[in-house]
Design a protein around this ligand. Structure first.
Ligand code: PDD
Length: 291
C-alpha cells in the first residue's frame, strides 16, 4: 500500500503530495508543527497536542480555518488510511502561500499538511536496558523556542553533531544551564529529586514532560522545575530524556562520562526504571498498547 499524506483537505499518495514553492514554511520557517505518537491505532495525548498547536498558531497569528473536531477526524482518517497501528503523525501548518515578502500576506489561507510514518516504539523499551549517550552543544536558538516552529536549523545541527559523535541526542546548554535536547526534554535525578528546566520561553513545553511530571507527582515522587547546570548533570545520580518519539530513555553518558556513581554509573537507575513503568502504564491506559 503506498504511503498517503494529507494536504489541505485531500488525502493522496505521499509521492504526489506537495505544497507550492512559495509556501511560507519553506521560505521563512513561518510554520508550526506537532508530532504525535500513535499506538494500537490510538493517538497518545491528542488533546494536549491540539491545545499546544492552537496556542502556537495564536502566538504567531496564523489562522487555521478548521475546527478541532474536523481536524481530529482528518488526522484519524489519515492514520486509518495508512494502516499502521504503530506510527507517528506529523502535522504542519504554515501561514500560507504568497509572493515572497516578510510581512504577513493579506488573504493567503494557511497550509495544513499531515504525514504518517510507521514507528517502532518497542525499540524504546529495549533502549531502557542499554540507556543512551548524549553530548552537549551550545544553545544558539532564538528567544521563543516555546513556540514549536519548523525553524529548526540549530536543532538539526546539534542532532547531527550528536550523530557524528555516536550519541543519541545533544543537550543544548546556555551559559552553564542545560535547557533541553535538540528534540527532547532533559532531566536529572539527584538525591531522589527529579529535576527539569521550567517552562517559559527557553524550552519547548513538552507533552511527554508534562505527562511525566503529573505521573511522578501522583506516585508521590518529588519533581522540581528549575534550571540545572551541566556540572549538576555530570554529578547527578541519574539522567533521562522524554519526548513523543522517546517517551522515556535513560541517559547513561554525557560527553563521554558515565552518569551516576562508581557502582551504578553508566547504567539505568532505579528512579528512571520507576518512571518508565509509570510512563508505559499510562501509554497502555490511553491506547491499550503493550510491547
Ligand atoms: N520534538 N524539546 C524540543 C526542542 C522538541 O523538538 C521536542 C519534540 C521536545 C519534546 O516535546 P514532546 O514531549 O511534546 O514531544 C522537547 C518532536 C518529537 C520532533 O521535533 O520530532
Amino acid at each position: 500500500m503506498p504511503q498517503l499524506a494529507y494536504v489541505n483537505g485531500r488525502i493522496l499518495p505521499l509521492a504526489d503530495a506537495s505544497l507550492h514553492i512559495e509556501d511560507r514554511g519553506t521560505q521563512f520557517g513561518d510554520a508550526v508543527y506537532e508530532v504525535c505518537a500513535v499506538m494500537n491505532g490510538h493517538i497518545l495525548d491528542w488533546q494536549p497536542h491540539l491545545v499546544r498547536l492552537r496556542r502556537n498558531l495564536a502566538e504567531l497569528g496564523i489562522v487555521l480555518d478548521i475546527a478541532d473536531g474536523p481536524l481530529t477526524l482528518q488526522a484519524r482518517r489519515l492514520i486509518a488510511a495508512n494502516g499502521h497501528a504503530e506510527c507517528i503523525i506529523y502535522m504542519q501548518v504554515s501561514r500560507g502561500t504568497a509572493k515572497r515578502d516578510h510581512a504577513f500576506p493579506g488573504a493567503a489561507p494557511a497550509n495544513l499538511v499531515m504525514t504518517v510514518r510507521r514507528f517502532d516504539f518497542a525499540q524504546r523499551l529495549r533502549q531502557l536496558e542499554t540507556g543512551i549517550a548524549i553530548i552537549t552543544q551550545p544553545d544558539n536558538r532564538w528567544g521563543r523556542v516555546d513556540i514549536k516552529t519548523t525553524g529548526l536549523l540549530p536543532n538539526v545541527l546539534a542532532k547531527q553533531a550528536a550523530k557524528q559523535a555516536g550519541a543519541f541526542e545533544a543537550w543544548l546548554v546556555s551559559g552553564d544551564t542545560v535547557r533541553e535536547g535538540s528534540s527532547t526534554s532533559a532531566w536529572i535525578v539527584k538525591d531522589g529529586r527529579i529535576i527539569t528546566h521550567p517552562t517559559g520561553t527557553a524550552i519547548l513545553p513538552g507533552i511527554a514532560r508534562d505527562s511525566l511530571i503529573r505521573l511522578a507527582r501522583e506516585a508521590q515522587l518529588v519533581v522540581e522545575q528549575r534550571p540545572f547546570t551541566l556540572a549538576e548533570a555530570m554529578a547527578a545520580d541519574e539522567a533521562f530524556l522524554t519526548s513523543t518519539t522517546a517517551p522515556i530513555l535513560p541517559v547513561v553518558r554525557i560527553d563521554g562520562q558515565a552518569v551516576g556513581n562508581s557502582t551504578t554509573g553508566g547504567k539505568t537507575g532505579p528512579i528512571v526504571r520507576r518512571l518508565a513503568e509509570l510512563t508505559w502504564n499510562e501509554v497502555a491506559r490511553q491506547t491499550g498498547w503493550r510491547a
